[in-house]
Design a binder for this molecule. Sequence first.
Ligand code: SD4
Length: 332
Amino acid sequence: MSNRRKFLVQTLIGGIATGLGYRYGLASTIMKPAVLPPDHESFPIILSTWNHGLAANKKAMGVMIKGGSVLDAVEQGVRVSEADPKVQSVGFGGFPDASGEVTLDACIMGPDGRAGSVACLKEIMHPISVARKVMEKTPHVMLVGDGAQKFALDQGFEKTNLLTPEMNDNYAAWKASGASYAPHANWENHDTIGLIAIDINGDLAGACTTSGMAFKHPGRVGDSPIIGAGLFVDNEVGAATATGEGEAVMKTLGSFLIVELMRQGYSPQQACELAVRRIVAKIKVHPHFQIGYIALNKSGEVGAYAYAPGFQYAFSNRNETRLVDVKSEKKN
Ligand code: SD4
């Protein structure tokens, strides 16, 4: 067989195998992600959800520029949002649940594949740091509720009242208006921070932290602390994180899906679009539905996509930090 024919036959067989693999979910076992050499000129690269990500990115960049690890960077970055009462869906000053309590969800994942998570954690200012301790100090991945709080206190974290006077007023107004739960997640009222980063060595990490949907049912946990839903990192491939109505992200394991799509060769942008379309195909969404994904691959390429207009993310590389408007499936 001539070389050209051999090439064509091999390409055809490879294409069929890839197509079948993709169709039957086997592609990750037969394909390697395309990895370009890291662009050291602009690395580190950091992406985070919503405009408060600008401050978080700057903090995370500072940590890496000073020689800190990418894991330290993602943790320190999102702690900025957790401590800021103006960020109303994360940490201190976050919206409470339907009983008036602020309960926090967070997770972290590092380049070595380790992960830690806390859910429904009360009265602790920095759930992301508790999640990191779960990862580093226990054989577990996730601690929830009272057990998570006990662990945090044992680790030296202190109790803080997370319900600010402003949020108390919001809660009272919500009660007075009939106290019905309506998941409206967009820039006006939602700002979970998911932050993903790649350092100058090409190592990836991510962190995601939230107070969840405003006035949620007590005990409700969203996507943000669920590894694979709100966040996923695979150091060979890339990282992805989510914001918006977590139930839809959980039902489709959105961040894991994006990373697996990138493993199969899709760009971060294509992978985010496919993950949003997976939700559209599988779940009946309501008129105020919103979901936003951001993703970063091992080569430093980035992508983002939302269901509805209004989603933004903060982009940083060594040279600049800026806010990016994200395209959406629904146009208005
Ligand atoms: C949740 N995904 O608890 C979170 C909420 C969110 O911006 O992202 N808000 O479902």
